[in-house]
Design a protein around this ligand. Structure first.
Ligand code: KG4
Ligand code: ZN
Length: 355
C-alpha cells in the first residue's frame, strides 16, 4: 500500500510517499528556516503564506521523485493537529481537495504521533529494526516533551509531559539569550562541542512522576549569564548576547545542554525501570541531539532507537508511515468535513474515526 503524506503544521512544507509504512519512495521537505531566521523564530502568517506558495510543487515533486502517478497512490495522509492554525489549514486543504478530486481515502494524523512513527521507517541502515510493542517513546520537539507508552498501534498511555516549556523551545530560547542563530537546537549542540559542560552550574529541574519542566532551567541560565557578565537581573535578555565572549557562549551552551539532557534521561530511565518496554524510541526534532542519544544509550540496558536526523525534524515520510497503519484499519476521515485542531493532545486525537 502506497501512502502520500503531507505535512505543514509549522515551518516545513513536506510531501512523501511511503510503502507499507516502512519503505520511503520519496521524501521532499521545503524548509522555511532561512525565511524565519531573520526574525529569530517562526512568524505564523509568513509560514502560512510560504506553505501556500510551495505545497502543490512539493506534492508533485514527491510523486515525480518516486516515479509514480496518482493511480499508484492508495491513500493520502495529512497532519491535522497540533500546530499553527494557518500552517495546518494549507496542508489539510490541499489534502482534502486532492482526496476529493483524485478519489483517494484520507487519513488525518496527529503530528506528535507521526514523529514517533519516524522510527518505523526503514532507512537502509543495516542495524535498523522496526520497534516492538510495548514501546517507550520520549517525544522531544519544539512544542512537546512527553513520555508515552505505546501498547499497540493506537493504544497509548501518556506517562508524563512538560508542565511549561518544551525542551526544543528551551533550546531555542537559550540560543537567543546567548546569541546563537535560530533554530537553537542545532546551534547549541554545535557550540557545546567547544564548551565545558561543567563551567556553569545549572539546576536539574525536579518535577514529580514523569512530568518535565524547562522554564526554570531557562531562567536559571538567564540569571547565570547576567551574573557572569556583571549586570542586574532586570537587564534585558535581548542585550546580553553581545556581552559574552565565544568561550562563555560555548560553555553556557554545553552546560545548558548537559542539564536538559540529564532531565530527559532521568525520567526515561525511571519509566524504563517501571514499565520494562521491549523498545525505547526517541522522536521529534531534539532526537537529533547526539548528546541525548549517547546519554540515553548509556543509561538503558537495551539498544535505543531513533530516526536519522533528517527524519527527526518535521517531514512527511513519518506522516505517510503512520497513515499506512490508519489506512490498514480503514481509519479514514471524510475530506469534506475534516477540521484542524491546533492544540489537540495526542491522547484525544488518536485513532478516532468519523466516517
Ligand atoms: O519536531 P520539530 O522539527 O518541530 C516541532 O514539531 O516542534 O522540532 C524542532 C525543534 C526545535 O526546537 C529545534 O531547536 C530542535 O527541534 N532541534 C534540536 C536539534 N535539532 C533540532 N534540539 C537539540 N539538538 C539538536 N541537534
Ligand atoms: Zn514536529
Amino acid at each position: 500500500m502506497k501512502i502520500l503524506g503531507i505535512e505543514s503544521s509549522c515551518d516545513e512544507t513536506a510531501a512523501a510517499i511511503v510503502e507499507n509504512g516502512e519503505r520511503i519512495l520519496s521524501n521532499v521537505v521545503h524548509s522555511q528556516i532561512d525565511i524565519h531566521k531573520v526574525y529569530g523564530g517562526v512568524v505564523p502568517e509568513v509560514a502560512a503564506r510560504s506553505h501556500i506558495e510551495v505545497v502543490n510543487p512539493v506534492i508533485n515533486q514527491a510523486l515525480s521523485e518516486a516515479g509514480l502517478s496518482w493511480s499508484d497512490i492508495d491513500a493520502i495522509a495529512v497532519t491535522y493537529a497540533p500546530g499553527l492554525i494557518g500552517s495546518l489549514l494549507v496542508g489539510t486543504l490541499a489534502a482534502r481537495t486532492l482526496a476529493v478530486i483524485k478519489q483517494k481515502p484520507l487519513c488525518a494524523v496527529h503530528h506528535i504521533e507521526a514523529h514517533i512513527y519516524a522510527n518505523f521507517l526503514d532507512t537502509n541502515d543495516p542495524t535498523w529494526r522496526s520497534p516492538e510493542f510495548p514501546i517507550l517513546a520520549l517525544v522531544v520537539s519544539g512544542g512537546h516533551t512527553q513520555l508515552m507508552l505505546l501498547h499497540d498501534h493506537g493504544d497509548y498511555e501518556l506517562l508524563g509531559q512538560t508542565r511549561d516549556d518544551a525542551v526544543g523551545e528551551a533550546f531555542d530560547k537559550v540560543a537567543k539569550i546567548i546569541g546563537l542563530p535560530y533554530p537553537g537546537g542545532p546551534s547549541i549542540a554545535q557550540a557545546a562541542l567547544k564548551g565545558d559542560s561543567l563551567a556553569y552550574k545549572l539546576p536539574i529541574p525536579k518535577v514529580d512522576g514523569y512530568d518535565f519542566s524547562f522554564s526554570g532551567l531557562k531562567t536559571a541560565l538567564l540569571r547565570s549569564v547576567q551574573a557572569n557578565v556583571g549586570v542586574r537581573f532586570d537587564f534585558p535578555s535581548t542585550q546580553l548576547a553581545s556581552k559574552l565572549n565565544d568561550q562563555q557562549r560555548n560553555d553556557f551552551a554545553a552546560s545548558f545542554q548537559s542539564v536538559a539532557v540529564e532531565a530527559l534521561v532521568e525520567k526515561t530511565k525511571k519509566a524504563f525501570g517501571e514499565y520494562q518496554p521491549k523498545s525505547v524510541v526517541i522522536a521529534g526534532g531534539v532526537a537529533a541531539n547526539k548528546v541525548l542519544r549517547q546519554k540515553l544509550a548509556e543509561a538503558l540496558p537495551i539498544k535505543i532507537q531513533y530516526p536519522p536526523t533528517y527524519l527527526c525534524t518535521d517531514n512527511a515520510a513519518m506522516v505517510a508511515s503512520l497513515g499506512y497503519f490508519y489506512a490498514r484499519q480503514k481509519n479514514f476521515f471524510n475530506p469534506l468535513e475534516l477540521e484542524i485542531f491546533p492544540s489537540l493532545s495526542i491522547t484525544k486525537a488518536i485513532w478516532q474515526k468519523d466516517v
